[in-house]
Design a binder for this molecule. Structure first.
Ligand code: CA
Length: 224
Protein backbone atom coordinates (compact mmCIF):
# COMPACT_ATOMS: atom_id res chain seq x y z
CA UNK A 1 0.00 0.00 0.00
CA UNK A 2 1.28 3.42 -0.92
CA UNK A 3 0.26 7.03 -0.31
CA UNK A 4 -0.22 8.49 -3.75
CA UNK A 5 -0.77 12.11 -4.77
CA UNK A 6 -2.67 12.30 -8.06
CA UNK A 7 -2.42 15.61 -9.93
CA UNK A 8 -5.07 15.71 -12.62
CA UNK A 9 -7.54 18.45 -13.58
CA UNK A 10 -9.89 16.35 -15.71
CA UNK A 11 -12.54 15.06 -13.27
CA UNK A 12 -13.25 11.85 -15.21
CA UNK A 13 -9.61 10.82 -15.39
CA UNK A 14 -8.98 11.84 -11.78
CA UNK A 15 -11.93 9.78 -10.57
CA UNK A 16 -10.92 6.77 -12.65
CA UNK A 17 -7.40 6.95 -11.24
CA UNK A 18 -8.53 7.44 -7.67
CA UNK A 19 -11.03 4.56 -7.83
CA UNK A 20 -8.58 2.22 -9.46
CA UNK A 21 -5.71 2.97 -7.09
CA UNK A 22 -7.94 2.86 -4.03
CA UNK A 23 -9.24 -0.55 -5.08
CA UNK A 24 -5.59 -1.66 -5.28
CA UNK A 25 -5.30 -0.75 -1.61
CA UNK A 26 -3.51 2.57 -2.03
CA UNK A 27 -4.36 5.75 -0.21
CA UNK A 28 -5.05 8.45 -2.79
CA UNK A 29 -5.44 12.21 -2.74
CA UNK A 30 -6.30 14.23 -5.82
CA UNK A 31 -5.31 17.83 -6.55
CA UNK A 32 -6.32 19.66 -9.70
CA UNK A 33 -3.82 22.42 -10.43
CA UNK A 34 -0.10 22.98 -10.63
CA UNK A 35 0.24 25.48 -7.78
CA UNK A 36 -1.44 23.16 -5.31
CA UNK A 37 0.58 20.23 -6.62
CA UNK A 38 3.87 22.09 -6.08
CA UNK A 39 2.82 22.87 -2.52
CA UNK A 40 1.30 19.53 -1.54
CA UNK A 41 4.05 17.55 -3.26
CA UNK A 42 6.60 19.03 -0.85
CA UNK A 43 4.79 17.63 2.15
CA UNK A 44 6.47 14.53 3.52
CA UNK A 45 4.88 11.12 3.43
CA UNK A 46 4.06 10.57 -0.25
CA UNK A 47 5.27 7.35 -1.78
CA UNK A 48 4.46 8.44 -5.31
CA UNK A 49 3.18 11.42 -7.30
CA UNK A 50 1.22 10.86 -10.50
CA UNK A 51 1.45 14.09 -12.41
CA UNK A 52 -0.53 15.13 -15.46
CA UNK A 53 1.32 17.48 -17.85
CA UNK A 54 -1.58 19.65 -19.02
CA UNK A 55 -2.80 21.49 -15.95
CA UNK A 56 -4.22 24.92 -15.25
CA UNK A 57 -1.58 27.32 -13.95
CA UNK A 58 1.81 25.68 -13.72
CA UNK A 59 2.01 22.64 -15.95
CA UNK A 60 3.26 19.21 -14.92
CA UNK A 61 6.79 19.89 -16.18
CA UNK A 62 6.96 23.05 -14.03
CA UNK A 63 5.68 21.13 -11.02
CA UNK A 64 8.23 18.37 -11.56
CA UNK A 65 11.02 20.94 -11.83
CA UNK A 66 9.78 22.79 -8.70
CA UNK A 67 9.73 19.61 -6.66
CA UNK A 68 13.16 18.39 -7.72
CA UNK A 69 14.65 21.84 -7.13
CA UNK A 70 13.15 21.71 -3.66
CA UNK A 71 15.02 18.39 -3.28
CA UNK A 72 11.82 16.40 -3.09
CA UNK A 73 12.81 12.83 -3.91
CA UNK A 74 9.35 11.29 -4.11
CA UNK A 75 9.04 9.20 -7.27
CA UNK A 76 7.04 10.91 -10.02
CA UNK A 77 5.18 9.32 -12.92
CA UNK A 78 4.19 11.85 -15.57
CA UNK A 79 0.97 11.44 -17.54
CA UNK A 80 1.48 12.87 -20.97
CA UNK A 81 -1.02 13.14 -23.80
CA UNK A 82 1.88 13.97 -26.05
CA UNK A 83 3.40 11.18 -28.01
CA UNK A 84 6.28 13.35 -29.11
CA UNK A 85 9.51 11.75 -27.92
CA UNK A 86 11.02 15.11 -26.91
CA UNK A 87 8.25 15.67 -24.37
CA UNK A 88 8.90 12.33 -22.71
CA UNK A 89 12.62 13.01 -22.56
CA UNK A 90 11.96 16.46 -21.11
CA UNK A 91 9.93 14.90 -18.31
CA UNK A 92 12.67 12.43 -17.46
CA UNK A 93 15.32 15.16 -17.69
CA UNK A 94 13.34 17.23 -15.21
CA UNK A 95 13.54 14.38 -12.75
CA UNK A 96 10.45 12.29 -13.38
CA UNK A 97 10.97 8.55 -12.91
CA UNK A 98 8.64 7.31 -15.59
CA UNK A 99 5.86 8.49 -17.87
CA UNK A 100 2.64 7.02 -19.16
CA UNK A 101 1.06 8.25 -22.36
CA UNK A 102 -2.65 9.05 -22.41
CA UNK A 103 -4.95 7.38 -23.07
CA UNK A 104 -3.56 4.66 -20.82
CA UNK A 105 -5.05 1.43 -19.65
CA UNK A 106 -5.43 1.09 -15.87
CA UNK A 107 -3.48 -2.13 -16.10
CA UNK A 108 -0.53 -0.42 -17.78
CA UNK A 109 -0.49 2.34 -15.20
CA UNK A 110 -0.70 -0.17 -12.36
CA UNK A 111 2.28 -2.07 -13.66
CA UNK A 112 4.31 1.15 -14.04
CA UNK A 113 3.38 2.13 -10.50
CA UNK A 114 4.47 -1.23 -9.16
CA UNK A 115 7.78 -0.96 -11.03
CA UNK A 116 8.51 2.53 -9.71
CA UNK A 117 7.54 1.66 -6.14
CA UNK A 118 9.72 -1.45 -6.30
CA UNK A 119 12.63 0.60 -7.54
CA UNK A 120 12.36 2.90 -4.56
CA UNK A 121 11.77 0.23 -1.98
CA UNK A 122 14.49 0.10 0.61
CA UNK A 123 16.02 3.35 -0.56
CA UNK A 124 17.53 5.05 2.42
CA UNK A 125 19.84 7.94 3.19
CA UNK A 126 22.50 5.86 1.50
CA UNK A 127 21.24 7.03 -1.85
CA UNK A 128 21.28 10.28 -3.76
CA UNK A 129 19.20 11.04 -6.83
CA UNK A 130 19.92 13.48 -9.61
CA UNK A 131 18.34 13.60 -13.04
CA UNK A 132 17.39 10.03 -13.88
CA UNK A 133 20.27 8.65 -11.84
CA UNK A 134 20.53 7.14 -8.38
CA UNK A 135 23.78 6.79 -6.47
CA UNK A 136 23.83 4.03 -3.89
CA UNK A 137 26.74 4.84 -1.60
CA UNK A 138 26.54 1.65 0.44
CA UNK A 139 26.89 -0.44 -2.71
CA UNK A 140 29.21 2.03 -4.50
CA UNK A 141 26.88 1.90 -7.44
CA UNK A 142 25.36 4.37 -9.87
CA UNK A 143 22.21 3.52 -11.81
CA UNK A 144 20.57 5.39 -14.64
CA UNK A 145 16.92 4.49 -15.18
CA UNK A 146 17.63 1.42 -13.10
CA UNK A 147 20.55 0.23 -15.25
CA UNK A 148 24.02 0.17 -13.70
CA UNK A 149 26.51 2.75 -14.97
CA UNK A 150 30.04 1.41 -15.06
CA UNK A 151 32.21 3.79 -13.02
CA UNK A 152 35.82 3.21 -12.01
CA UNK A 153 36.46 3.30 -8.24
CA UNK A 154 38.11 6.70 -8.67
CA UNK A 155 35.19 8.08 -10.67
CA UNK A 156 32.83 6.88 -7.98
CA UNK A 157 34.97 8.54 -5.33
CA UNK A 158 35.05 11.80 -7.31
CA UNK A 159 31.29 11.73 -7.79
CA UNK A 160 30.78 11.12 -4.06
CA UNK A 161 33.02 14.08 -3.23
CA UNK A 162 31.04 16.29 -5.59
CA UNK A 163 27.68 15.17 -4.22
CA UNK A 164 28.87 15.80 -0.67
CA UNK A 165 29.80 19.36 -1.65
CA UNK A 166 27.13 19.98 -4.25
CA UNK A 167 26.61 23.57 -5.28
CA UNK A 168 30.12 24.57 -4.19
CA UNK A 169 33.18 25.13 -6.32
CA UNK A 170 35.93 22.59 -5.71
CA UNK A 171 39.47 23.37 -6.83
CA UNK A 172 41.62 20.68 -8.39
CA UNK A 173 43.74 20.66 -5.22
CA UNK A 174 40.67 20.00 -3.11
CA UNK A 175 39.62 17.20 -5.42
CA UNK A 176 43.09 15.65 -5.23
CA UNK A 177 43.00 15.86 -1.44
CA UNK A 178 39.58 14.32 -1.15
CA UNK A 179 39.32 11.83 -3.99
CA UNK A 180 42.94 10.67 -4.20
CA UNK A 181 43.66 11.26 -0.53
CA UNK A 182 46.59 13.55 -1.35
CA UNK A 183 48.91 10.56 -1.05
CA UNK A 184 50.14 10.45 -4.58
CA UNK A 185 51.34 13.04 -7.02
CA UNK A 186 48.43 13.94 -9.27
CA UNK A 187 48.57 16.62 -11.91
CA UNK A 188 45.77 19.06 -12.67
CA UNK A 189 45.65 17.55 -16.11
CA UNK A 190 45.01 14.10 -14.64
CA UNK A 191 42.14 15.52 -12.60
CA UNK A 192 40.68 17.08 -15.75
CA UNK A 193 41.02 13.75 -17.53
CA UNK A 194 38.98 11.96 -14.87
CA UNK A 195 36.36 14.70 -14.95
CA UNK A 196 36.02 14.20 -18.69
CA UNK A 197 35.61 10.46 -18.12
CA UNK A 198 32.98 11.01 -15.46
CA UNK A 199 31.08 13.47 -17.62
CA UNK A 200 30.91 10.91 -20.40
CA UNK A 201 29.07 8.60 -18.04
CA UNK A 202 26.74 10.97 -16.22
CA UNK A 203 26.05 13.88 -18.57
CA UNK A 204 23.22 13.75 -21.13
CA UNK A 205 25.53 15.85 -23.34
CA UNK A 206 29.16 15.66 -22.14
CA UNK A 207 30.07 18.60 -24.40
CA UNK A 208 27.59 20.82 -22.54
CA UNK A 209 27.83 19.59 -18.95
CA UNK A 210 24.79 20.18 -16.82
CA UNK A 211 25.83 18.46 -13.59
CA UNK A 212 29.62 18.69 -13.50
CA UNK A 213 30.24 22.25 -14.59
CA UNK A 214 33.60 23.96 -15.06
CA UNK A 215 34.12 27.17 -13.14
CA UNK A 216 36.70 29.11 -15.05
CA UNK A 217 39.96 29.61 -13.21
CA UNK A 218 38.64 27.92 -10.06
CA UNK A 219 37.71 24.31 -10.66
CA UNK A 220 34.44 22.40 -10.85
CA UNK A 221 31.01 22.47 -9.30
CA UNK A 222 28.36 19.75 -9.07
CA UNK A 223 24.85 21.05 -9.77
CA UNK A 224 22.85 17.86 -9.32
CA1 CA B 1 -5.03 17.65 -17.80
Amino acid sequence: MARILVVEDEPDVAMLLADDLTSEGHQVEVVRDGETASRRGREPGWDLIILDVMLPGRDGFDVCRDLRRARVRTPIIILTAKTHEAEKILGLDLGADDYVTKPFSPRELRSRIRAVLRRFEGETGDTYRFGDMVINFARAELRRQDKPVDLTPLEFKLLSVFVGRRGRVLSRDQLIQEAWGGQTFVTDRAVDGHIVGLRRKIEPDPGEPRYLVSVRGLGYRFDG
